[in-house]
Each structure stands twice: as structure tokens, then as C-alpha cells.
Design a protein around this ligand. Structure first.
Ligand code: HEC
Length: 130
């Protein structure tokens, strides 16, 4: 019994340190999650538009974009926007084309209507296949 008490005291005495490092660790964790959160907010890839806007964007993709790229996006006046066609093309470059168009070609800029995070979301959808 006495031995158990002794162990307990030792454990309690030791716990000051454990506590301290636990607190330190949780502070670090707090920092890490704040960082993750700010990255999530700052990174367009992670922020999907609200559901209603997603429906609008997909509608636009099929109709407006589809008028040149084909209703099923398999190509027409504009090239195919199907996953096989876009695979390997960097998202950033595709987002740029959607926002600013390709001057000297029929591909118009859409930045008056589509925001950067939305274009990024559309690129993800196109790469996945609708
Ligand atoms: C008026 C016709 C037209 C419309 C409307 C149009 N595009 Fe295009 N788009 C083109 C053409 C043509 C090209 C190819 C230009 C070139 O490289 O010669 C192109 C290229 C692209 C590319 C680059 C493809 C690649 O493989 O590099 C993307 C991405 C794209 N369009 C997305 C869209 C999206 C998204 C929309 C709708 C928001 C849209 N386009 C609407 C004509 C159009």
C-alpha cells in the first residue's frame, strides 16, 4: 500500500511537467488548426460555392460553355472539356483561361460573371466528369 501511495505521489509530482507539456502541445495544436483554417479560407480549391450557386454554374457549363464545347463537353467549336482531355493540364492554367479567355480565339473571358474560386470549382468538376 505504502508503495502504491509513493507511486501515486511520484505520479502527481511528475504530473506538473506532463501538464505543462500537454498545455504546450495544445497551444501548438491550436496554432496548427488556425493555420489549417486560414489555408482553407485562403485556398480557392477547398472552398466550394454554396449549393444554389453550384447548380447555376453547372447549368451554365452545360449551356453557355456547351454551346461551343458541346452540350456534353466533348468538343465542338471549342475543344473537349472532358476529364481525359483535361487530365494533366494544371488547374491554374485552366482557371486562367476561363476567367480571362484566350484572346484571338472565340474563347471569351468569364470573369465578369464567374469568380476565381468558382472557376476553380468548375475545373474540378470538369476533371472529375459531370
Ligand atoms: C464562343 C465559344 C466558347 C464559349 C461560349 C466557351 N468557350 Fe471555352 N474555348 C473556346 C475555344 C474556341 C477554345 C480553344 C481556343 C484555342 O486554344 O484556340 C476554348 C478553350 C477553353 C479551355 C481551355 C481548354 C484546354 O484544353 O486548354 C477551357 C478550360 C474552356 N475553354 C472553358 C470554358 C468554360 C468553362 C466556358 C463556359 C464558362 C467556356 N469555355 C465557354 C470557345 C468557347
Amino acid at each position: 500500500m505504502a508503495r502504491a501511495d509513493h507511486d501515486l505521489t511520484k505520479a502527481l509530482r511528475g504530473s506538473g511537467k506532463t501538464c505543462e507539456s500537454a498545455r504546450h502541445q495544445s497551444r501548438r495544436l491550436g496554432f496548427a488548426s488556425a493555420l489549417v483554417l486560414s489555408l482553407a479560407i485562403g485556398s480557392p480549391a477547398l472552398a466550394a460555392p454554396p449549393a444554389e450557386r453550384q447548380a447555376e454554374l453547372i447549368h451554365r457549363l452545360k449551356h453557355d460553355c456547351g454551346s461551343c464545347h458541346g452540350m456534353t463537353l466533348k468538343g465542338g467549336l471549342g475543344p473537349s472539356l472532358l476529364p481525359q482531355a483535361l487530365a494533366g493540364k494544371p488547374n491554374d492554367a485552366l482557371v486562367e483561361v476561363i476567367l480571362y479567355g484566350l484572346p484571338g480565339t472565340p474563347m471569351p473571358p468569364w470573369n465578369f460573371e464567374i469568380r476565381e474560386d468558382e472557376a476553380d470549382w468548375l475545373v474540378e468538376r470538369m476533371k472529375e466528369g459531370l
